[in-house]
Design a protein around this ligand. Structure first.
Ligand code: IPD
Ligand code: CA
Ligand code: CA
Length: 254
């Protein structure tokens, strides 16, 4: 499998420029609702169209799955793309949103990139080759005490009006930790665990395009990626990402 990380970074950064052009013109941004609590904007659509055109032209052997345009026929080896992760934050002019691109070949994640254009942080990883932020190696934090840790989570489950809506779990864990954050971009949340900025992250009811790239980056940075019972793997409906040292302390609280 030959991909060019340089081509991919150039393309994803260009997608970031497209997103920023809309971000700087929010008063004219066209926003629609996919569901009562799920937005999509012309920026999401434009970024995904750009990525789909350029990735499928450069790599015709791979299919494409984008949050907004859906799946092409070839899904055995595919790009998995969230053009703007954190759309609600984007529409409010906040910093916390990202572009997430993963390559999955025969059900194995082999490349992941999460780009945060507002601060120009480009997180990336190739399977077995480590994780990087704008070219510099990154690693998970060394925090081994849950009581001193900072955790992040999200509430996608509230969108679906689920009874297991993370509120009780959040309160249980929040009382055992020092810092709690809800940034608004799951892809970025996971990269912040990879980069040691946050010690653990969990969320339910996500989709593979929210977490695929971040999960590979986190694994390559030494994170554990499991479900809420500690089963290793990428489970978008129940994802728990930790720095490894806190896994045993957090699992009983999940
Ligand atoms: C959202 C973000 C958010 C998560 C939501 C997702 P979107 O992605 O990842 O952090 O809590 O559930 O839908 O919809 O802005 O691409
Ligand atoms: Ca998303
Ligand atoms: Ca999105």
């Amino acid at each position: 499998m030959t991909i060019s990380p340089a081509f991919l970074e150039k393309t994803i950064r260009e997608a970031g420029s497209i997103a920023l052009s809309h971000f700087k013109n929010l008063k004219n941004l066209k926003i629609t609702k996919k569901s009562p609590r799920d937005l999509v904007t012309e920026a999401d659509v434009a970024v995904e169209a750009f990525l789909k055109e350029n990735l499928t032209r450069e790599y015709p052997q791979f299919g494409f799955w984008g949050e907004e345009s859906g799946q092409t026929e070839n899904q055995s080896s595919r790009w998995i793309v969230d053009p703007i992760d954190g759309t609600h934050s984007f529409t409010k002019g906040q910093y916390f949103w990202s572009i997430s691109v993963a390559l999955e070949i025969e059900q194995e994640l082999v490349f992941g990139a999460v780009y945060v254009p507002t601060v120009d942080d480009y997180y990336s990883a190739q399977k077995g080759q480590g994780a990087f932020k704008s070219g510099e190696p990154i690693l998970v934090s060394s925090e081994d005490q849950l009581g001193d840790s900072m955790i992040a989570t999200g509430f996608a489950c509230l969108r679906n009006y689920l009874t297991d809506n993370n509120l009780e779990r959040f309160c249980r864990i929040a009382q055992k930790t020092t810092g709690q954050r809800r940034f608004g971009s799951a892809a970025m949340d996971i990269c912040m665990v990879a980069d040691g900025q946050v010690d653990a992250f969990w969320e339910q009811e996500l989709n593979l395009y929210d977490v695929a790239a971040g999960a590979l980056i986190a694994q390559e940075a030494g994170a554990t990626v499991t479900d809420f019972k500690g089963k290793k793997g990428v489970f978008p409906k129940q994802i728990l990402v930790t720095n490894g040292k806190l896994l045993d302390q957090i699992l009983p609280l999940m």
